[in-house]
Design a protein. Structure first.
Length: 541
């Protein structure tokens, strides 16, 4: 049996057919239903002329349809392409063309954008519309309704699959245009099996055939995970850590109906479904969750969060103070801060109540190294800054971009590494001290300043709820440090208040020269910083 997403999940459908697999709002599908619906989608894709390794784009909000469509693509050995639902015409057209997409699943509320670009995409053979507006066909017969696709096709028979098939996830484009990061599907399925099984108390299986029997035994004791993700499935944090990893262990994946984070809906889902795991995005999700927990207590209607065993975050800052505030309210939870990116996993920080951890410090994976500019390994305790290199499961490369692939995925002394762009120091005990992305470093008066360090200091100022720090052109300093900050509800702070308090925490040259206050700090739906927009706001301010 192949170590392949679809093959493993089919074994789940056989082993625990009546167990819940996916839920959105109040709509739940069992594993048997999930498998059958995905098989009908696979048949529909094949009938439309799509072949193994065809690219099928998912321009969808979180929901059961996202996961069903993805599973159907995996079943026929296709490649699901994640598309940011915030993309407008040109961004959407670029990604679909770059990915060579041959089919597109989309929510009807996004149909106007699809309609404006589809004639520029001659490779697209099939459009599938998921109705979320109640308006019916919005493309005048050019698209088939999602439910109709299921009704028109009998479930596709199960097939043998190849572990060397390509799996691809597009980056969010925070460091340039979106890029498709390619992995062998067998490698990435195996990686997340090894990561996920210990989290639910199971030994790591040596072969795919061992997975379903172990899961069936776990399910009989009620031990399978129930994962709710507030993060979008179109990004790796929500998809990989919130959904796919749990499905490999027979888990139940819950998604929310809101199109942006609704902390009360999230907490109500945890209570209703007895969720064991929650995937978030650092401080930007944690702070609203904390406010919602406190608000419910103040109303005399506290949420029952006693089932929650682990909260997972990745890709953005998750500060010590915010973690401590979460653990005061959910004391039994383990906070798992994953240091990684679409291009590779580098380390983690695990925090429990009573433990002392520092912001942006991580336990490095055994395969993670830090190299200087001439590929020499940085010595622990040296204070030297280097580039973080992720070993182990390293991508094949970027789709259709050999130049960027050569720069990011390199061999040093016979070992292949991924260099996602993170800069770090190595403490004397081997701990990684993450400084930030090299592309965002501010050079002010000859001093190199990492925005993340300054952002952390600004966010520690009472009354600041979120912040991004950027460098803007300056005649005196070359670049001046500027903060774009949002205030907590009811807070009043001046620019001088913030700057003075930051200077009590970090060296004065790192402190912002100016602070621009905004209603909301610009971030992508996955919580990642939108530094381009932050620079525009800083310059305008």
């Amino acid at each position: 049996m192949e170590m392949h997403w679809a093959t493993v999940w089919e074994s789940m459908a056989d082993a625990i057919p009546g167990n819940p697999s996916v839920t959105n709002g109040y709509v739940t599908r069992t594993w048997a239903q999930y498998d059958e619906r995905a098989a009908r989608i696979a048949a529909g894709l094949t009938a439309a002329g799509l072949d193994p390794q065809s690219k099928i784009a998912l321009y969808l909000y979180n929901g059961n349809e996202y996961l069903e469509a993805q599973y159907g693509v995996f079943k026929m050995r296709g490649i699901p392409i994640n598309v940011n639902y915030r993309y407008l015409d040109e961004e959407l057209c670029y990604l679909l063309d770059n990915a060579d997409a041959e089919a597109l699943f989309f929510h009807a509320s996004l149909a106007d954008r699809v309609n404006r670009v589809v004639d520029r995409l001659p490779k697209v053979k099939l459009l599938v519309e998921v109705d979320d507006t109640g308006s019916g066909d919005l493309l005048g017969g050019r698209a088939v309704a999602y439910d109709q696709l299921l009704e028109m096709n009998e479930p596709a028979p199960r097939i043998a699959r190849d572990e060397s098939d390509v799996y691809m996830l597009y980056t969010g484009g925070t460091t340039g245009l979106p890029k498709g990061v390619m992995y062998p599907v067998g490698d990435i399925t195996r990686f997340f099996t090894r990561l996920g099984f210990p989290a639910v108390g199971l030994p790591v299986p040596e072969t795919a055939d061992q997975i379903a029997p172990a899961v069936a035994e776990l399910a009989a004791s009620g031990g399978t995970s129930v994962s709710v993700t507030g993060a979008p499935l179109m990004h790796g944090t929500g998809l990989w850590l919130g959904a796919l990893m749990h499905h490999l262990g027979g888990g139940h994946v819950v998604t929310l109906t809101s199109r942006s984070l609704d902390a009360d809906e999230l907490l109500a889902a945890i209570q209703r479904h007895r969720c064991t795991h929650n995937t978030i995005v650092g401080d930007s999700f944690s702070k609203p969750i904390i406010r919602a927990i406190d608000g419910a207590v103040a109303r005399g209607e506290p949420y029952d969060l006693s089932s929650l065993r682990m909260i997972v975050s990745s890709g953005v800052m998750w500060t010590t103070e915010v973690k401590a505030a979460l653990l005061e309210r959910i004391p039994q939870a383990v906070l798992y801060d994953a240091m990684g990116s679409t291009e590779g996993s580098m380390g983690n920080q695990v925090t429990v109540r009573g433990s002392a951890t520092e912001t942006a410090t991580f336990n490095a994976n055994p395969t993670t190294k830090v190299f200087d500019d001439i590929d020499r390994e940085v010595a622990p305790g040296s204070g030297q800054i280097g580039r973080v290199a992720a070993g182990g499961m390293v991508p094949i490369g970027y789709y259709k971009d050999p130049e960027k692939s050569a720069g990011t995925f390199r061999v040093i002394e016979g070992v292949r590494y991924s260099f996602p762009g993170d800069m770090a120091q190595v403490a004397a005990d081997g701990t990684l001290i993450l400084l930030g992305r090299g592309s965002n470093v501010i050079n002010s008066g000859g001093e190199k300043i990492f925005p993340e360090e300054v952002e952390e200091a600004v966010k520690r100022v009472d009354g600041i709820v979120d912040c991004l720090v950027v460098g803007v052109d300056d005649e005196t300093f070359g670049q001046a440090v500027m903060a774009v900050a949002a205030l907590s509800p009811g807070a009043t702070l001046s620019e001088d208040d913030v700057i003075k308090k930051v200077k009590t925490q970090i060296a004065g040259f790192k402190a912002p020269k100016r602070v621009v206050f905004v209603a909301q700090v610009p971030r992508a739906p996955n919580g990642k910083a939108d530094y381009k927009r932050a620079r525009e706001l800083a310059s305008a301010g």
